[in-house]
Design a protein around this ligand. Structure first.
Ligand code: NAD
Length: 536
């Protein structure tokens, strides 16, 4: 069997992210050394359908379990993660190229927090809700909303946070009572399989969580395999294809897509903090975060000082294999992604941009690229319009608050943004005028790590939300239960229609729809006459 379920044997072990059709395998490599890590099956459409079938069967029993029971499994899985932090970080680092230290702080720490949060809080977040239906209560009606699992959720994930992104969605879906089929990135299949292994050891029922390894064709097959929803994280181009395929199936999808996130630094900002934040925000994960700082706008008065400090901090960063604890910048995920970075820099340089720090590969042997600071850029360059997704920090200056907001919003993307100022009121005022799913004041990049807060973009950055209550609600079906506690009193608007009913309905139009209980109560005599009329 090509798909892996939590109760299957480990995968058989073949070209990094490239399908080998003859053997139907995917080869995973360490991008820092180009050494093969192992081979996994490339699942066919039939494999994926079978996985969805198993998941659907297992979900019935899971949905009947209490939140406490579901939470217990998630908390057991959390204990396993906690016991194995170093081994897990090594695997994440090896398959993605990022420093081990970063794997711990940017992938494992946030998910440990997320697992605890949803295991303990999902019950409260999904408690049935009574709805105030105003004047309808006078007619003896009540309404409430109950939240029911969707069924089987398909999760399709990227390589840049191969642990944190899928794991968060798996945990939320399991807590909501859903089963999951995960299609991890073809560049990081072993991390995906590891997530399944952890849940297997935590006692998750067989078949409830399945991992279908493979490339884009396996992902496309998952969208068409009969799932109830797709949670997709990846590029805009693939997101569009997923949304089109989901529309054909008439299933919903959440799309967490790319970004070109701006950082605005006002003259009154804490310059030292802002410079360090720009450097970490742009270069953490070798700049391969959807929320990386990809455009930095600095107020003219401090531009020289700020730029000098950014350049100094950047030059101090160490580019090395992720296994080295002193590495700040690991290998990029793959040659193809480094190629995008080099192309954006080449085009910008041709149009007059100047490299102030970095600019080269920095190290041989893997997909390394130096952290690079660039000035003399403008919005006609691909470097300022398209997602670069690499360790590049382009700097531009502005004169006024209005100009800064205009520059920040002049982008087809809208994932996150950050505003730096000591004047918090100004920061929050500017934040609310920026077109982005998340805007941080005096912070950068990290809020995907806060499980309580919603995550998602506007414009080309995506649709829907993950994390927080908004994210959990994406994984359930809201059902409205409406009850008439005075069934003996048949509705006034039922047949037969008469001249009197017309007169009453006219009164309804004026008084009932006013929303006022007093106005509605003035209708009571006419309503009683109508009841008697209907009984005749
Ligand atoms: P990608 O779009 O190339 O691939 C994402 C996933 O989709 C992979 O698992 C891939 O195999 C699968 N896939 C490819 N073709 C498919 C198809 N036709 N149908 C279904 N699935 C298919 O993205 P990537 O290169 O892995 O990831 C980098 C991108 O992800 C960047 O644009 C980044 O900004 C974005 N990203 C966004 C967020 C966010 O939260 N908004 C987070 C991380 C990454």
């Amino acid at each position: 069997m090509a798909t892996q379920t939590v109760n299957n044997e480990a995968a058989a072990h073949d070209e990094r992210g490239v399908r080998d059709d003859a053997r139907a395998q995917i080869v995973s490599y360490d991008p820092a050394t180009n050494e093969e890590i192992g081979r996994v099956p490339s699942c066919s459409a039939e494999d994926v359908r079978r996985a969805v079938g198993r998941a659907r069967e297992a979900q019935k029993d899971w949905a009947a379990r209490s939140f406490r029971e579901r939470g217990r499994v998630v908390l057991r899985a959390r204990e396993i993660v906690l016991d194995e932090v170093d081994a897990l970080a090594d695997l994440i680092s090896r398959e993605s190229g990022k420093p081990v230290t970063e794997a711990i702080m940017m992938e494992l720490v946030p998910t440990l927090d997320l697992m605890r949060y949803f295991a303990r809080r999902a019950a409260r977040m999904l408690r049935p809700e009574r709805i105030n239906i105003g004047q309808y209560t006078l007619l003896g009606r009540t309404s409430r909303v109950v939240f029911k699992p969707l069924g089987v959720v398909g999760v399709i994930s990227p390589w840049n946070f191969p642990w944190a992104i899928p794991l968060g969605e798996v945990v939320m879906a399991l807590m909501a009572g859903d089963a999951v089929v995960l299609k991890p990135s073809e560049l990081t299949p072993f991390v995906g399989l590891k997530i399944a292994d952890v849940f297997k050891r935590a006692g998750l029922p067989e078949g409830l969580f399945n991992v279908a390894t493979g490339d884009g064709s396996t992902g496309a097959a998952l969208v068409e395999a009969g799932v109830d929803k797709i949670m997709f994280t990846g590029s805009v181009a693939t997101g569009r294809r997923v949304a089109e395929a989901a529309a054909r199936q008439l299933i919903p999808c959440v799309l967490e897509l790319g970004g070109k996130d701006p950082m605005i630094v006002f003259a009154d900002a804490d310059l030292e903090a802002a410079a360090a934040a720009a450097v970490w925000g742009a270069f953490a994960n070798a700049g391969q975060a959807c929320a990386s700082v990809e455009r930095c706008y600095v107020e003219e008065g401090i531009a020289e000082k700020f730029t000098a400090r950014v350049v100094e901090l950047t030059r101090a960063l160490k580019v090395d294999a992720g296994a080295n604890d002193a590495a700040d910048i690991g290998s990029m995920s793959c040659e193809r992604q480094r190629g995008v970075v080099e192309e954006h820099l080449r085009e910008a340089a041709e149009r007059g941009a100047r490299v102030l720090a970095g600019g080269g590969r920095g190290r041989d042997g893997g997909a390394f690229h130096e952290p690079t600071v660039v000035a003399g850029v403008d919005h006609s360059m691909r470097l300022m319009r398209e997602e670069t997704f690499g360790p590049v920090l382009p700097l531009m200056t502005f004169k006024t608050e209005e100009e800064a907001i205009k520059l920040a919003n002049d982008s087809p993307f809208g994932l996150t943004a950050s505003v730096w100022t000591r004047d918090i009121r100004r920061g929050e005022r500017v934040a609310e005028r920026i077109e982005a799913g998340t805007v941080m004041v005096n912070e950068v990049l990290y809020t995907h790590g806060i499980a309580q807060t919603p995550w998602g973009g506007v414009k080309l950055s995506g649709l829907g939300r993950t994390h927080g209550r908004a994210g959990l609600l994406e994984l359930v079906r809201a059902q409205h239960v409406h009850t008439n506690r005075l069934a003996v009193l048949q509705d006034l608007w039922w047949f037969a229609y008469t001249p009197q009913s017309r007169a009453l309905f006219r009164q309804f139009a004026r008084r009932f729809t006013s929303g006022s209980l007093l106005q509605t109560s003035l209708l009571l005599p006419a309503m009683l006459r109508r009841l008697r009329e209907r009984r005749r």
